[in-house]
Ligand binder design. Sequence first.
Ligand SMILES: [Fe+2]
Length: 498
Amino acid sequence: MKSEQSSCSCPAEVREFVFNLAFSPEVHRQAAALLRLREIALYESICRNHLRSFAGNALDMVTNITTAALLERLQWIFLRKWQIDNVRRIRPSWFHGQSGSVWRITPPVLATHEDFYFDATQVFNRFAGQDSWDRWLEDGTLILPGVFDHLHQVEAEIHGEFDMYTFHMGEQPTLPTMGWMRNMYHSGIQQLVYQDPGLWALTAAARPDKHWRLIAYPYNAKSAAPGQKTGFLHLDLDIRRHQNEGLGCNMVQSSVSLTDENDEGCTQVVRGFHKHFQEWVQTKKDTINSRVSPRSTTDMKGMYTAEDEDRFGKLEPAPCPAWGVRLSRADIIHGSTSKGTQLRRVIFPWFMAIKADHKTMENPDCMGWEELAQCHRDLIGPAKESLGNRPREGVAGVRFPGAIPMRSAFSLPQALVGLKKWTDQDVIFERNILLGPDDNQALRLAENIRNQLIDMYKCLHPLIEAREQLAYGDQSFFAENHPAQRPDEDISLDEDSE
Ligand SMILES: [Fe+2]
């Protein structure tokens, strides 16, 4: 039996043309095909089968309709052959794959409002506890115990990391170490603190300008051994620039204690000094103006006198318990006790505001957002420190092999380390919850974020050990401190060491 197609009366040219046609997504090729067929024959003279083949092959049309309907459609399209894109849009059901949207309801476009306001008092008390806001306003510096209680379960891992960085820290004979871990910027535990939603929310609420678009500025940790010299007293401000340009006026510093502090080994502060700051500055005008070169900090030794203490407030120890947080305004004089009696380990997240251009930072002397994002992404040391200073030799651009990326699965924590932008709608969604009006919803999200961070830290911690051993071989901290390498505990210390 002859097939219907071969028995048709279409000219051979038509048959050959239709047979060789292949669909092209380029609209000018589709128009050219429509034209070419029209040159060879009138559409209405072509048999149903060849017409269907043509419509399917050249235009990806739906062809299981009556010949009359197909003809009508082809004539209609022919008249609009140079606007086939529009035809597809207007008559989607005529074409394959164009028979309507996958959505029952077209998804609404999510608006990202630039203007966002939140209730700072409510948010602060939500994450810090009732009445904390009033104390914050009163003192300008605050210790919040227990904010990082969840880290207690990974205490051994945390101290393992600190020990590893201590082992790898080079001697800098001309530089007092003051307990600063000058090689430690991206340890796993620092990454967890940088991405903490609670500390971010507290900082945003505590800032005078309520700026929430913050990024953690990688900053070295502190590990002060008992008896180690740690004393200083300063303001993290260039007072002249603070007065003239407002530099640093919105900064709120935070530190996270990983060990219990006591009065002998802790930060010292002048509580409530922010209320007297301007008055005190007036009394020091000559000294401030006589300073020649700009400095990122202002040394208070000799500048904050006993007389000042009587008038503006005493310097007092402010010991923070392990897993607690200290928040301080930039205009609070602070320092450290001279020598501690026990090991003191602290992380400083330095949350800093990103300007509306999402490039520059509140402190123009620092790295910009792109550079900061690269630091976090590649786990490399910063080219400039958080107050614009040059870092120590060996920091800038260098990655320590024992640093392993710890990335939250949530979006807002990723914005805190520059992996996402604050314009990202997923980040904004989480911001709206964490700083929003519903305390329970916000606390639940923060808890979920923290749980996931902790689980990840536990999972990834063995890789830190493996990477460090792989990189350093027999000079590895973990190889040297492996139980098999340790001398027998029964063997007494040799006499020299006593
Ligand atoms: Fe400081």
